[in-house]
Write a new protein. Structure first.
Length: 626
């Protein structure tokens, strides 16, 4: 027989009294549920120790009015019981000291009954420690701030963590068993749980947060999302106390997608102490689109949040609101800054909504000044290459603009140009001509001018060919463009790279004639027509395999370390050349933009130039770094 010893420890903490049982003149027990959402079911009662304690507590109790946040809440006598008590709600301004067992479930829920110790008349609700173990609010900080409804501020306190102790009326193993299965197979169970509402939030949340559970997380999240408001604060607590990125991701997904009757329910979360909670709450407003404009005064401060992820999410909210948010953001730009980063966040939001077109004269001038300052000492960095570009051996930017039918360019840093190129050809917004509106023309780099993007005519010729004819159209357009450029400048090259699927290609033209065109995917399917180019010497082409058929016999191909060890050994023993890609050819013939650095010679300025489509429709929306 194995003997076990159970060790328990109790701590005293602050809690906010929100409900009592029995007559108000001599309450039987009090509940720290003053700030429970109206549709939550909280447990954990603290019974006064003696009749005289009852009377002292009763002297300070005031029956709550109709606006109490726990209106409609149900309270059980103990954790895990269905027995509901008849309670009276009281105003939530009293803080009690309670004794609680340290056994706490996920989200800060006390598993054992709590005991009333004494009334803390000198303490206010702001002095109660916050949910997730954070410190109380410093004295005087944000006191007197307007609240959505009485007591909502204290929802973030650890002292009312018992509020999150939802009635556990189900056996967890049974719940897991019923929720395990496919989406369709669990539909009836999910519907039944949603009907039960607040009382099942805790158990289902526990399942969601259990990474080892056989229940698909999308199944449990569906239940919580459809239950809606009762899951709001429990999810916030779970996010704040998440012990892994996966748990934070799951709970954050749910929080931002709850089916609530009024999105104002999310407003208190915008000032939550945990940045992930603030960011996930912002997503709920992002989903509203233009309707989120009604909450813009509460959303604007998040543009200057101390956390970068929260600031970025706030920008996306205003981007989702769209052009309707522009007047408010412009006013924010012109007003004295109430805090750091706020006006910068407003500028980024404006650019995300409509690009340069929605910036006023002062902001456009400010961006140009900043660009000139940054250009003075910009240190080149290798670009992220996913797309295609041209290389022309000339220092005459004007001639390059004319060759591509580009308008007068706006001077920019290389950083801005690289970001614009990557933004535009990874832009799946579906907004008209965003993918063919502008081109980044580099400063002169090691004697070459690089052009990232193409003319409107070239882009539309490729896109209009459709999926079936796209590859053939691209080769035709590239050959024609390189031929024309080499007539003008003596030589020209085109390069292509993909960061996703290993595609690479290049085209080399000299004196009005294409001397080499190579596409790795075409060569793999139908062979390389050749002839090769001297710049490829000493390399294997991407479609070529220099290893013998039995090179990897006996190696588990799923074992990456074993495969790599065999690969390196065979490559050395058989003297197999490296495989070349577009950047390798570019490094030999012109300049590799992925490897730019201090050794790269630079003259002139980079330009962001509009194509014919851009001159008609304007810049794409989107903020770009300077």
């Amino acid at each position: 027989m194995q003997l076990r010893t159970e060790i328990r420890r109790r701590d005293t903490i602050g809690a906010i009294i929100g409900a009592i049982t029995g007559p108000s003149a001599a309450p039987d027990s009090s509940f720290s549920a003053a700030t429970t959402p109206p549709d939550a079911s909280a447990s954990s009662a603290a019974r006064p120790a003696a009749p005289d304690t009852d009377r002292r507590l009763a002297e300070h109790l005031t029956r709550a009015g109709s606006g109490h946040p726990s209106t409609g809440a149900r309270f059980s006598s103990a954790w895990g019981t269905r027995d509901l008590l008849d309670t009276t709600l009281v105003q939530s301004g009293l803080v009690a000291e309670i004794s609680a067992d340290t056994s706490i479930s996920r989200g800060g829920v006390h598993r054992h009954p709590i005991r009333y110790v004494c009334l803390r008349l000198e303490a206010s609700t702001e002095d109660v420690p916050r949910l997730g173990g954070g410190p109380p609010r410093p004295p005087g900080e944000e006191r007197g701030r307007a609240r959505a409804h009485p007591g909502v501020e204290a929802l973030s306190s650890v002292g009312v963590s018992v509020v999150l102790d939802m009635v556990r009326v189900m056996d967890r193993d049974r719940l897991v068993g019923e929720l395990t299965g496919s989406w369709d197979a669990t539909r009836a169970v999910r519907d039944a749980l949603v009907e039960r509402g607040a009382e099942v939030v805790g158990p289902v949340l526990d399942v969601l947060c259990d990474e080892g559970s056989p229940v698909e997380w999308t199944v449990s999240s569906d239940v919580l999302c459809r239950i809606g408001h009762p899951a709001l604060w429990p999810l916030a607590g779970a996010i704040a106390s998440a012990d892994s990125p996966e748990v934070a991701r799951r709970t954050g997904y749910c929080l931002g997608r709850l089916q609530v009757d009024d999105s104002a329910a999310y407003l208190p979360l915008l000032t939550h102490s945990h940045p992930a909670v603030r960011a996930d709450a912002l997503f709920a407003f992002q989903r509203l689109g233009e309707a989120a404009l009604a909450f813009s005064d509460r959303l604007k401060p998040l543009l200057g949040d101390a956390d970068a992820a929260v600031r970025q999410r706030a920008v996306r909210v205003f981007e989702a609101i769209g052009i309707a948010a522009v007047p408010a953001l412009r006013r924010l730009r012109r007003a004295p800054a109430p805090g750091p980063r706020l006006r910068a966040g407003a500028l980024e939001a404006l650019a995300s909504i409509g690009g340069p077109a929605v910036l006023d004269v002062l902001d456009r001038a400010a961006v140009r000044r900043l660009t000139r300052v940054k250009q003075l000492d910009e240190v080149l960095e290798g670009m992220h290459l996913c797309g295609s570009w041209y290389a022309v051996p000339t220092t005459d930017q004007g001639a390059v603009l004319e060759a591509f039918d580009l308008g007068v360019g706006e001077p920019i840093t290389v950083r801005t140009g690289a970001a614009a190129w990557n933004h535009d050809h990874h832009n799946w917004s579906g907004r008209g001509h965003d993918g063919c509106a502008r081109v980044f023309v580099s400063p002169v780099l090691d004697g070459f001018t690089l052009v990232f993007g193409g003319s409107s005519q070239d882009t539309h010729s490729i896109e209009d060919a459709g999926d079936d004819g796209r590859d053939e159209a691209m080769e035709r357009v590239v050959r024609e463009r390189c031929t024309d450029l080499s007539r003008r400048f003596g030589a020209a090259q085109w390069y292509g790279m993909s960061c996703g699927d290993g595609w690479t290609a290049w085209c080399v033209a000299e004196n009005g004639e294409v001397v080499r065109f190579y596409d790795a995917f075409d060569a793999e399917e139908s062979g390389d027509d050749g002839p090769g180019h001297p710049a490829e010497a000493g390399y294997l082409l991407p479609h070529e395999d220099g290893f013998p058929d039995d090179a990897f016999d006996g190696v588990d191909l799923s074992d990456s370390e074993a495969f790599r060890a065999r690969y390196d050994r065979m490559k050395e023993e058989l003297d197999i050349p490296d495989t070349c890609y577009a950047v390798d050819i570019a490094a030999r013939l012109s300049v590799d933009p992925g490897s730019m650095g201090a050794a790269t010679s630079v003259s002139g300025r980079g330009l962001l130039a509009l194509t014919a489509c851009g001159r008609e429709h304007g810049h794409p929306a989107g903020a770009l770094p300077v």
